[in-house]
Design a protein around this ligand. Structure first.
Ligand code: MTE
Ligand code: CO
Length: 430
């Protein structure tokens, strides 16, 4: 805005008045009378009729923030941890604020973090990726070397196998950030792992790979070669910019649809072998303890799942009854989401939600359910169905199948109790 524009607006109250009455008429017509209050209010709204500070004064120039950050009014859109969950924040987790986001892409600054030995800080010039084991030629790549391979761009969700683990025995944490926030969904740029492995030449006896991190936990996980050759990526960028340090800068492996713990960050080595390596964590991580005392092993795919993000305990309805947008996320480690159903009465009746935005393999899907809330209490649930026909189970169905001892792979249907005052609470319906 120039100085002259500024003066014009301030000195021309007549024009201002005209503009505001125009807005009023236009607003009411466009909305078709759906919204009862505000637009045709008798008392003039000073936010429409009066000059505000942000109209009056010049704002910051272009270089005020060389790297931009969200408005201060969005300062609730932050990762949060739950202090009692882990003994130490270096081997801990925080959660994505799902209730503050829309669409399907998680902004880089709020992707949940899970570190076993704290965040490694690495100068990319000093970073190396070694490929060794059952290969014709063991190789070491610099970041520059890796960026000379053909690139690919793909959006995938990453979900920690323990997402929702605290909810196995009953509803516990009051907010989708805490019950479902060990997930993020970003657009990765990188190279296909199969191209890197081909460069080294994988021997015919090879069946497994072992990616290893350069962080203090030296975390490593066994991955079947078949998966490595299918859709695994070596990623150096997320959402158009370099990986964040929290997410493994400068390099991480992407293992689409599979447990988050396999997505090794700060990736420095991939060993090729003919059998899985047995790690202490691995025997527990890939295993779900069943009621019978036996366990399920090698449960890598993340099951079909969904969550209503709004309304939810951290995001109550504040506008009162009437036209309401319910929204949430659905995903499946087996591919695309085909359908999401919504229940307002705790699972007795179901209606289809509207999936909007891209429907990509092993990526978050955004759904909306637009309804007229009569102001009565509701028991909100969402149920996802993927393209393979997998249906998200109720929590009781899940417990009947797996018992109560597991903490991994909880994809049970979540219930929010919406009260007449618009607040919501995490509950279970039996
Ligand atoms: N890789 C390394 N090197 N060190 C780690 O602690 N944590 C794993 C995985 N990769 C981890 C790692 C776990 S358990 C998960 S759920 C994901 O990274 C979390 O990825 P994020 O921090 O990008 O959310
Ligand atoms: Co994890």
């Amino acid at each position: 805005m120039t100085d002259r524009d500024e003066t014009n607006i301030v000195k021309n109250p007549a024009r201002r008045k005209l503009l505001s009455s125009g807005l009023i008429a236009g607003g009411a017509a466009a909305l078709g009378g759906v919204f009862s209050k505000s637009a045709i209010a008798a008392a003039p709204d000073p936010l429409i009729t009066e000059i505000q500070d942000w109209n009056r004064y010049l704002g910051d120039g272009v270089d005020a923030a060389p790297y931009g950050v969200p408005s201060e009014h969005e300062n609730d859109t932050i990762r949060r941890n739950v202090a009692w969950l882990t003994a130490d924040e270096k081997a801990s987790i925080n959660f994505t604020p799902l209730h503050r986001l829309d669409g399907i892409i998680t902004p880089n600054g709020v992707c949940f973090e899970r570190h076993h030995g704290g965040k490694a800080v690495i100068n990319p010039a000093d970073h190396r990726l070694m490929i060794n084991g059952l290969v014709d030629t063991p190789l070491v790549f610099t970041m520059e070397d890796l960026k000379r391979f053909p690139r690919t761009n793909r959006a995938y969700f990453l979900e920690c196998a323990a997402n929702g683990g605290m909810e196995w025995k009953g509803s516990q944490l009051n907010g989708c950030q805490f019950t479902h926030g060990m997930i993020h969904n970003v657009m990765y740029t990188g190279v296909l792992l199969k191209d890197i492995l081909a460069e080294a030449g994988v021997k015919s006896s090879a069946k497994w790979i072992l990616p290893e991190g350069a962080d203090a936990s030296h975390m490593s996980r066994s991955i079947p070669l078949e998966k490595a050759m299918d859709d695994c990526m070596i990623a150096f960028a997320m959402n158009g910019e370099a990986l964040r340090e929290e997410q493994g800068y400068p390099l991480r492996i992407v293992v689409p649809g599979w447990e988050g713990n396999m997505w090794i960050k700060w990736l420095r080595r991939i060993e090729v072998g003919d059998k899985p390596w047995h790690h202490r964590e691995e025997t527990s991580k890939y295993t779900d303890l069943l009621k019978s005392g036996k366990s399920r092993r090698f449960t890598w795919e993340m099951d079909v799942k969904s969550i209503i993000t709004n309304p939810s305990p951290q995001a109550p309805i504040t506008h009162g009854k009437g036209q309401t947008v319910l929204t949430g996320l659905a995903w499946s480690g087996f591919g695309k989401i085909k359908r999401v159903d919504i229940s307002l009465d705790g699972g007795r009746n179901w209606q289809p939600a509207r999936i909007d935005g891209p429907s990509w393999d092993k990526s978050l899907h955004r759904f909306y359910f637009d309804f007229d809330w009569d102001g009565s209490e509701l028991f909100l649930q969402s149920r996802a169905i993927d393209e393979d026909g997998n249906v998200q189970p109720t929590k009781n169905e899940l417990r009947a199948a797996r018992g109560g001892n597991s903490i991994y792979h909880n994809n049970g249907i979540q219930t929010w109790h919406l009260r007449p005052d618009g607040s919501a609470e995490n509950v279970e319906i039996s």
